[in-house]
Design a protein around this ligand. Structure first.
Ligand SMILES: [Cu+2]
Length: 469
């Protein structure tokens, strides 16, 4: 494909037959330089080096893909390949991703940008690339077998379209989807609004911090490092950007800053994302910015599979505020399923007998599972995340999985994303132990007049059977 007909093809509308075409060896020589990351640290925001200005996003434990300008087109190069991802300190997973990491790098463009994306396949099997949520020519939609041929191993395809509307998007394969997504193939895409003068967009606020992450999940047997790809719902690692707490970076803000959090869900279940200490508004969905009159305050935003939500709040309250999925088993790591509830069971006698057979056996759960967080030092299979792993300023933080902390500080410099450490509570503002006489316990049950009332209810007639009680 020559540069001339590539240009013409960008200007033509849908229905073009040359939708996504394997490039020749000669064209490969002209690929944009391959950018790759091998660290799971959060990279600082990538300010645009060319094109219109915007406030770049920060990808939690991730990075933004640099591009090159080529004749007015922003060119990106994504490489699908096996990667090693540190999901938490002491635990690495062998995943498939893009450009050295899973998820792949975030792509940031501006509304109206012409983009050209080279996608090279270095996997052992075919793949494809779907640009989730975009308005684009049908042949650029990346559904393998439907809108294009598969990208075979070793091949590179080119996608070209105009980023037509501002918003929050994702990318992922539409080829051997269950396996490739269970292996970590996904990435984030943000299209910033194009501001024609200095006046703000009517529905897209300027924010001081703009965080993005994907909700994903894995099933990695303790001691193993490759996810089980046939798992459908019973995943044991619930992650943000393929990281699990305590491996998830904090979201840092200076007090009174406006903060946006964009979240996309490419796991296999919904996640109610809950923020402590602040109210947030959903300012955008998959379909674009929400009209301001349609917004209401929330502290938990449920994000269904395949959805994107962008939430905003003003970080008015100093402190360390939890941000987490409210499904309690999604804030655990390497959790086994189908454990019996042992609370209240005295296991001392049986432990002695089992230890005779299994040296070092330990009973668990007799007082709840909180003790698990103190077991980080206990022998585990190598390369296994602690079930609940964090150490907080007041002891063990009995959390794992989809959990992080929004750290709001009065003195955090603008644009500084470094972890300020734990919040120092002003004297007299923390919960404290009561050491005096316990207050008299009020009892509700003893004199509850409801208990003295006899209730007669007549249930609906069930097929002629009298149901009176
Ligand atoms: Cu969840």
């Amino acid at each position: 494909m020559t540069a001339a007909n590539r240009r013409g093809f960008l200007l033509r509308s849908a229905g073009v037959t040359l939708a996504a075409t394997a490039v020749s060896r000669a064209a490969l020589a002209g690929l944009p330089e391959l950018a790759s990351h091998d660290s799971a640290d959060t990279a600082p925001p990538l300010a645009p080096a060319s094109g219109p200005h915007y406030n770049p996003v920060v990808t939690l434990n991730g990075w933004t893909l640099p591009w090159r300008m080529n004749g007015g087109v922003k060119e990106f190069h994504l490489v699908a390949e096996p990667v090693v991802r540190e999901m938490a300190p002491g635990f690495t997973a062998h995943l498939w991703g893009y450009n050295g990491q899973s998820p792949g790098p975030t792509i940031e463009v501006v509304e109206g940008d012409k983009v050209r994306l080279f996608v090279t396949n270095r996997l052992p099997e075919r793949t494809g690339m779907h640009w989730h949520g975009q308005r684009l020519p049908n042949g650029m939609d990346g559904v393998t077998g439907l809108t294009q041929a598969a990208i075979e191993p070793g091949k590179t395809f080119v996608y070209e379209f105009v980023a037509r509307r501002p918003g929050t998007f994702m990318y992922h394969p539409h080829a051997d989807e269950m396996v490739q997504m269970a292996m970590g193939m996904m990435g984030f895409w943000v299209t910033h609004p194009r501001l024609h003068d200095s006046s703000p967009h009517p529905a897209i606020a300027q924010v001081d911090r703009d965080y993005v992450f994907l909700l994903n999940s894995y099933d990695v047997t303790p001691g193993a490092s490759v996810p089980k790809t046939s798992t459908m719902t019973d995943f044991n690692l619930w992650s943000w950007n393929s990281r699990i707490f305590p491996g998830i970076a904090p979201l840092v803000a200076r007090q009174h800053e406006r903060v946006r959090i964009r979240v996309g869900n490419l796991s296999m279940t919904n996640h109610p994302i809950h923020l402590h200490g602040h109210e947030m508004q959903v300012t955008g969905t998959d379909g674009g910015p929400t009209p301001p009159a349609s917004r209401w305050p929330e502290v938990t935003v449920d994000i269904a599979v395949g959805q994107m939500r962008q939430m905003e709040f003003v970080a008015d309250a100093e402190g360390d505020w939890s941000l987490h999925c409210h499904k309690a088993h999604h804030t655990m790591n390497a959790m086994g399923h189908d454990l019996p509830n042992m609370i209240g069971v005295d296991q001392r006698d049986v432990v002695d007998r089992i230890r005779a057979l299994v040296p070092g056996y330990m009973a668990m759960g007799g007082n709840g599972m909180g003790d698990m967080s103190g077991m980080a030092m206990m022998p585990r299979p190598p390369n296994t995340a602690p079930m609940m792993g964090g150490d907080g300023p007041f002891g063990s933080l009995e959390m794992g999985g989809m959990f992080s902390v929004v750290k709001v500080r009065r003195d955090q410099p603008a644009g500084d994303y470094r972890d300020p450490g734990w919040f120092q509570h002003p004297p007299g503002t923390s919960a404290y132990e009561w050491t005096g006489e316990p207050p008299p316990a009020a009892s509700h049950a003893a004199h509850n007049p409801v208990n003295d009332v006899e209730v007669h209810a007549k249930k609906p007639d069930m097929g002629g059977m009298p149901m009176e009680h």
